[in-house]
Ligand binder design. Structure first.
Ligand SMILES: [Ca+2]
Ligand SMILES: [Ca+2]
Ligand SMILES: [Ca+2]
Ligand SMILES: [Ca+2]
Ligand SMILES: [Zn+2]
Ligand SMILES: [Zn+2]
Length: 393
């Protein structure tokens, strides 16, 4: 089953690669006609799919976050779809914040005093949504983050709009805009990506074993320990070095799981191959993931770099966690462990496809989609307009 799934994934990957190559070829052809290009920027869908998504002023890339909000959040004001999923980033952040708000415990459900909670201060009265006519309470939801000393009030009507992907809201009584950066801070939401239970915190401790990660210091909160970032030559202070709105630790784990999947597989008794390959030490037996309960082979992969002579062992359970974006793993047989990230990177090498963390974009590729084409020209014009209009910032 797993093999079937992998074969399918490999197929999808090959198809994507082919598509990318086709795009590159047509882009070269397109670049010759730059001046004749008059079409609009294909900047994702800019949030028009749901009528709740109200356009905001001073939003250069029209992703439903104002330029100022983007700068405060650490987003890029000239790119509407930084994570490349064809959903405007502001709409995504709004729905993500709405979910975080819905999942927040109330004061009575709080188990430790440092936990962020919400107080639903409902009143006797309803107002209807301008867009869909739904009746919601006229009250507010208060978010209290004691650790940061932050309190943010969100009208219930605003949370209704956030569920639909908009921080701007309009009802019979309340209309306006949520204080985006303040709310995101209070909810501890910086990126639109959904959390996953497999993303074990670096401070995760197992009795007798102690801490899984080499240290629990993670200044930027990207799930790479400071010591790992130093060893790998990454930036301790930047959770998202390639601006794709995915924390770099999660992203690297995903990416290396894909790369390991695609490495040629060699059986232990086969003659040694060249380049980087993986030797299968799968065994007759299973272990289970402590998070999702999935069973995986209890064996491991040995990743070998024939050129450097380096190698590293990756248990199948660890590969399962990497697929879910974590270098830490918890299995019924291997217990808690964490991959030596620097050693993994050294054995396999940095990913070298354009757009990978740590790789450079071609000169002129302003929207960082790995092709230099008419869209970059549009980007340049947008940037120029934004930079020269005295009112915009
Ligand atoms: Ca924007
Ligand atoms: Ca997006
Ligand atoms: Ca870090
Ligand atoms: Ca990233
Ligand atoms: Zn509505
Ligand atoms: Zn799992």
């Amino acid at each position: 089953m797993r093999r079937l799934k992998r074969a399918r994934e490999r197929h999808i990957w090959a198809a994507r690669r082919l598509a990318r190559r086709i795009v590159t070829t047509s882009a070269i052809a397109g670049a010759l006609h730059l001046t004749a290009y008059t079409g609009p920027a294909r900047s994702a869908e800019t949030g028009v799919s749901d009528p709740h998504r109200i356009a905001v002023a001073e939003d250069t890339d029209r992703d439903l976050l104002t330029d100022r909000e983007e700068l405060t959040l650490g987003y890029l004001p000239f790119r509407a779809d930084q994570n490349g999923n064809e959903v405007a980033d502001g709409a995504e952040l709004a729905t993500r914040c709405a979910r975080a708000l819905a999942q927040l415990p109330s004061l009575t459900q709080v188990t430790d005093s440092g936990q962020t909670f919400k107080q639903e201060m409902l009143v006797f009265g309803l107002q209807t949504c301008d867009v869909c006519g739904e009746a919601v309470n006229m009250g507010v939801i208060r978010v209290v983050n004691h650790a940061l000393g932050l309190t943010v009030d969100i009208p219930v009507i605003a949370s209704h709009y956030m569920e639909h992907g908009s921080f701007s809201y309009g009802g019979q009584i309340n209309r306006g805009r949520v204080e985006v950066a303040r709310l995101a801070r209070a909810l501890n939401v910086r990126f639109p990506c959904e959390p996953n239970e497999h993303h074990l915190p670096l401070a995760h401790v197992i009795e007798e074993l102690g801490r899984i990660a080499p240290d629990a210091n993670d200044l930027d909160g990207d799930l790479l320990a400071d010591s790992e970032e130093l060893a790998a030559g990454l930036n301790l202070y930047d959770a998202d070095q390639d601006h794709n709105l995915v924390p770099d630790g999660i992203q690297l784990a995903h990416r290396y799981a894909e790369i390991i999947d695609r490495l040629p597989t060699v059986e232990p008794d086969e003659p040694q191959a060249a380049g980087v390959y993986k030797v299968s030490y799968m065994m007759r037996g299973l272990e289970w993931c402590e998070i999702c309960g999935q069973s995986v082979n209890m064996g491991y992969w040995q990743i070998v770099n024939a050129a450097t002579g380096g190698s590293i062992e990756i248990p199948e359970i660890a590969r399962h966690f990497m697929e879910h974006g974590s270098f830490s793993s918890l299995g019924t047989l291997h217990g808690g462990s964490r991959i030596d990230v620097a050693a993994l990177l050294e054995t396999i090498g940095w990913p070298i496809e354009c757009g990978d963390l740590g790789t450079a974009y071609p000169p002129g590729d302003l929207n960082q989609d790995c092709t230099v084409d008419a869209e970059d020209f549009v980007e340049l014009v947008n940037w120029w307009l934004g930079a020269t209009e005295p009112d915009s910032r």
